[in-house]
Design a binder for this molecule. Structure first.
Ligand code: DGL
Length: 262
């Protein structure tokens, strides 16, 4: 039993999709969530810059907060920094790419799969590499602008719908039966994305599968927390804590009491 917290980070609110799944799967775990809202979006920045931010946050989570595991709850960061973090940090590191791929492989029946993500994620080739060993016809599309809607707390409406119609065109043309939401912000836009693609396309997010992997690894390493007083979540934001609390609780669907400046 280990009651040290799990450290989790994203460029902003996207990682909350992973957090929400983790609370369901491992309710006794203490979690520190960092939203790097001052420096979002990561997806349109040079990958080296995203690497730098990610290393800085993950290192601080370990050295200052004593976390027992780091969860990179961001596809863009997972695409570029996972190997480095895994080899340099003394705690286990989990990203969202592999769990997402597993979930998509389970969901597809036609083997025509789409992946959408940030410009950074799609251009890094991380999903193209992750699917290469499987017999899948993969169609990737970057969706610049989606993250900004979520960060404003605007998850439905005409504007985001029109943008989705344009950006999802390659996915519609590829006639996929499964779409992997390769950005942790995108599950918040699931309604809009599904309205555009039609209900026959299954939307898959990495959140649930990542949460299961976290729980499995904690158990395997005897790092899971059984304490009755566990389950505390502390939120940190590099921008305005008040704004993070306001939009964060709207997206999460439950109150966030305290957000602390990162
Ligand atoms: N949520 C992030 C991801 O999964 C990044 C969004 C961004 O800041 O561009 O890629």
């Amino acid at each position: 039993m280990d009651n040290r917290p799990i450290g989790m980070f994203d460029s902003g609110f996207g990682g909350l999709t992973v957090l929400r799944a983790l609370i369901d799967v491992a309710p006794k775990e203490n979690i520190i969530y960092v939203g790097d809202t001052a420096r979002y979006p990561y997806g349109s920045k040079p990958l080296e810059e995203v690497r730098g931010y990610s290393i800085e946050i993950a290192t601080r989570l370990v050295s200052e907060f004593g976390v027992k595991m780091v969860v990179v709850a961001c596809n863009t960061a997972s695409s570029v920094v996972l190997d480095t973090l895994s080899s340099t940090l003394e705690v286990p590191v989990i990203g969202v790419i592999e769990p997402g791929v597993r979930a998509a492989l389970i969901a597809t029946s036609t083997d025509r799969v789409g992946v959408i993500g940030t410009v950074g994620t799609i251009s890094s080739g991380s999903y193209q590499r992750a699917f290469v060993d499987y017999n899948i016809k993969l169609t990737c599309a970057a969706c610049p602008g989606f993250v900004e809607f979520v960060e404003r707390g605007e998850t439905t409406g005409d504007e985001v719908h029109v943008l989705a119609e344009r950006l999802l065109q390659p996915i519609i043309e590829a006639d996929v039966d499964t779409l992997l939401l390769g950005c942790t912000h995108y599950p918040f836009l699931a309604r809009t994305i599904s309205d555009v693609l039609g209900r026959e396309v299954t939307l898959v997010s990495s959140a649930d599968e990542t949460a299961f992997q976290i729980a499995r690894e904690l158990e395997n390493l005897n790092l899971d927390n059984q304490a009755q007083d566990g389950g505390k979540v502390n939120f940190y934001s590099s921008a305005s804590p008040e704004y993070f609390a306001e939009i964060g609780q709207r997206l999460l669907g439950f109150p966030i009491d305290d957000v602390i400046a990162w």
